[in-house]
Design a protein around this ligand. Structure first.
Ligand code: SF4
Ligand code: SF4
Length: 235
């Protein structure tokens, strides 16, 4: 498939499944047969992933991308040979980085859960075109990635403000919101991909969805306390 189809999820899934290295081969830059030039997207994704790997303590050299044409057989064998040698030198994933296997698994899982969020936050950079190699190194910085993870945004529905209009529940792309008629709505934080849609669509007169950054998300209101008693029915 086109290298532009290689998602961050595919790379991290390979590492989660125990691969010691991931190599992506793409067509030469500026020689894409289509207007999409997906190989530039692949390059940006790899640059981002390398920084994320550094953030969680993995050696970024375990990931490589190279561009070549179908006529570059010799080049292909050379770069793959070199990459395999490098990965062998690094040893099994986690061991040379001195990360315990369980810790590694949970770190990778945590990052994988945030992939949709990361792609939303970094969408402009991921869509840009780097025309020369000098730009690759500093395109994503370590500080930027540390900040990305330390300032992760979560969304929470304020039970005192929710009027159970059900708009957010209908618009959530991953069915992460539980609710119903006259029921205070609640976000399942494990399912939420942090797209921000509920925040955007909650009517301003209710303003019930809060953005939270750098603080724990309040626990969901217990199910037995979610029914909204309207004033007319209180009598
Ligand atoms: S932020 Fe997106 S995924 Fe999360 S609950 Fe809101 S609409 Fe659903
Ligand atoms: S859109 Fe706002 S008021 Fe309506 S159910 Fe969702 S959180 Fe509650």
């Amino acid at each position: 498939m086109c290298s532009g189809r290689v998602d961050l999820e595919f790379i991290l899934r390979a590492f989660s499944n125990g691969m010691d290295g991931v190599f992506i081969g793409g067509c030469r830059l500026n020689e894409c047969n289509y207007i999409t030039h997906g190989n530039y997207d692949a390059l940006n994704m790899v640059l981002l992933c390398k920084k994320i790997m550094g953030h969680i303590g993995l050696n970024p050299e375990r990931l490589s991308i190279e561009f070549m044409s179908s006529g570059d057989g010799i080049l292909f064998t050379e770069v793959v040979d070199d990459f395999c040698k490098k990965v062998k030198e690094l040893g099994p994933l986690g061991k040379s980085e001195e990360i315990d296997q369980d810790e590694l698994k949970s770190k990778l899982e945590e990052v994988r859960k945030l992939i949709p969020y990361i792609k939303i936050v970094k969408r402009e950079k991921l869509a840009s075109r780097l025309e020369n190699k000098e730009e690759y190194d500093g395109f994503f910085t370590g500080d930027e990635i540390d900040k990305l993870f330390s300032e992760v945004i979560s969304y929470h529905i304020d039970p005192a403000k929710c009027q159970a209009c059900m708009i957010c529940l209908r618009k959530c792309p991953v069915e992460a919101i539980a609710g119903g008629k006259n029921q205070i709505h609640v976000i399942d934080q494990d399912k939420c991909i942090k797209c921000g849609t509920c925040f955007e669509v909650c009517p301003p007169r209710f303003g019930a969805v809060n953005k939270i950054s750098g603080e724990p998300v309040p626990a969901p209101i217990p199910e037995e306390e979610r029914t909204i008693v309207r004033k007319s029915k209180k009598k």
